[in-house]
Design a protein around this ligand. Structure first.
Ligand code: HSE
Length: 433
């Protein structure tokens, strides 16, 4: 059997991880691939002292890789400009592409897939979402018989690490973020992690696969974790909830909700136990019911695990000689195309924290406004004022409410003279069907 020749582009954490995994598990990987997987070319501006490139063609200009005789170009550089050019050029030359680049797929995926189809090559991106968790193949293959009703994931390890450390150790936000950066989990621009952009990129990919929504983050409602206060993490726990940064895709009658935001989750839900840099994705299918996929979402080994799995899949397909493999790894959406709902039409239960004057009638005025808007209060806690303070926190959970209804009720509550400042509101997901 002819070897499958591979070019690895980028020798950072994931590139080096892939290089080492292909060497370390060489026999096993070759057996499973049905042929030898040979790293014959590397495209990297600089060497990585951890990778012995003896006998391998090295290109400092990564674009030169597409002129080599490789079968598969593995794009592990990150960024969306050179990466896009490289992937387009490689596919135009009939080379399969494997990438871990979520921003590239989320922003340019529709264009890249069209080119993959045209050139009858694979474009595989298992590593782009949740690192080592094989969620793309689970959705595309393992759950292919299901209508997916919703999925909800902790898909940014850095954000989850920050929230976990804040809750468990009372550590400061900036301090934990710096640690996540030094451990190599955070994006080159860490605002992508903490403002929810990274999670939105991954959600766009999952939703496009499951609901056939456009590959773009434009229509996704995105809220990061920078505005989250420790006091709300504590209050949420008193109600029996944990706060996680969740990416949610949920089918509704008229379209799909796509949103990324801090979320209260009942502490009895398995996903509420997912701490540190770990990722997890809960998927609800109409036949299978609830499922949960858990694992490391970042780091050299987990990401390389997904990259090499994609290379093996390409080798297997080549070895059975179909030769026109594009569709299998490219874009098998599980459902007909769905519209993305605008934020004002989305619907969730809410946690509210209202800073109210400690005097008779305030609670009833707030409750009246909620009632006027048809919002039900499911639970409520009012704290005693601290000595010397005349405002008290009024904390409540509501039933599931349309965004536009909730926001107009909040505007009225904020206008009460007995209420101070904006009302803190955080979405709640029960994840129970
Ligand atoms: N910055 C990402 C995270 C890396 O923290 O999850 C993996 O995509």
């Amino acid at each position: 059997m002819k070897p499958l020749k591979i070019a690895i582009c980028g020798l950072g954490t994931v590139g080096a991880g892939t290089f080492h995994l292909l060497r370390k598990n060489r026999d096993l990987v070759n057996r499973r691939a049905g042929c030898n997987l040979e790293i014959s070319c590397v495209g990297a501006r600089r060497d990585n002292p951890d990778c012995d490139l003896e006998g391998i063609r090295v290109e400092r200009d990564v674009m030169a890789v597409v002129d080599s005789d490789v079968d598969v170009v593995v794009e592990l550089m990150g960024g969306t400009t050179t990466a896009r050019e490289l992937v387009l050029a490689a596919m135009a030359k009939g080379k399969h592409v494997v990438t871990a680049n979520k921003a590239l797929i989320a922003e340019h995926g529709d264009e890249l897939m069209a080119v993959a189809r045209l050139n009858k090559v694979h474009l595989a991106f298992e590593a782009a979402v949740a690192g080592g968790i094989p969620i793309i193949s689970a959705l595309r293959d393992g759950l292919a018989a299901n209508n997916i009703e919703w999925l909800a994931g902790i898909i940014n390890g850095t954000g989850n690490f920050i929230l976990t450390e804040m809750r468990d150790k009372g550590r400061a936000f900036a301090d934990v973020l710096a640690e996540a950066q030094s451990l190599g989990y955070a994006e080159a621009d860490p605002t992508f992690d903490i403002e929810g952009i990274d999670a939105a990129h991954k959600l766009a990919i999952l939703a496009s696969l499951v609901f056939n929504t456009p590959l773009s983050i434009e229509a996704i409602y995105i809220e990061g974790i920078t505005g989250l206060q420790t006091v709300d993490i504590t209050h949420a726990e008193q109600f029996g909830y944990r706060i996680k940064h969740l990416a949610v895709a949920r089918r509704r009658g008229t379209g799909v909700e796509l949103r990324v935001h801090p979320t209260l989750i009942p502490e009895s839900a398995l996903i509420a136990e997912v701490d540190g840099v770990m990722n997890a994705i809960a998927v609800q299918g109409d036949a299978v019911g609830p499922t949960l996929f858990y694992g490391a979402g970042a780091g050299a080994g987990p990401t390389a695990s997904a990259v090499v799995a994609d290379i093996i899949a390409i080798a297997r397909d080549n070895s059975v000689g179909s030769g026109s493999a594009s569709a299998t790894l490219v874009d098998d959406a599980l459902q007909a195309a769905q519209a993305v709902l605008p934020p004002e039409d989305m619907e969730t239960a809410r946690y509210l924290r209202i800073s109210a004057l400690d005097r008779p009638g305030v609670l009833s005025a707030v409750a009246q406004i909620m009632s006027n808007h048809g919002i039900s209060i499911e639970a409520i806690i009012q704290k005693e004022p601290h000595p010397g303070e005349n405002h008290v926190p009024l904390i409540m959970l509501t039933n599931s409410t349309r965004e536009r209804t909730l926001l107009s009720a909040l505007r009225e509550i904020e206008a009460l003279s007995s209420v101070e400042g904006p009302v803190v509101h955080i979405r709640v997901e029960h994840l129970d069907g």
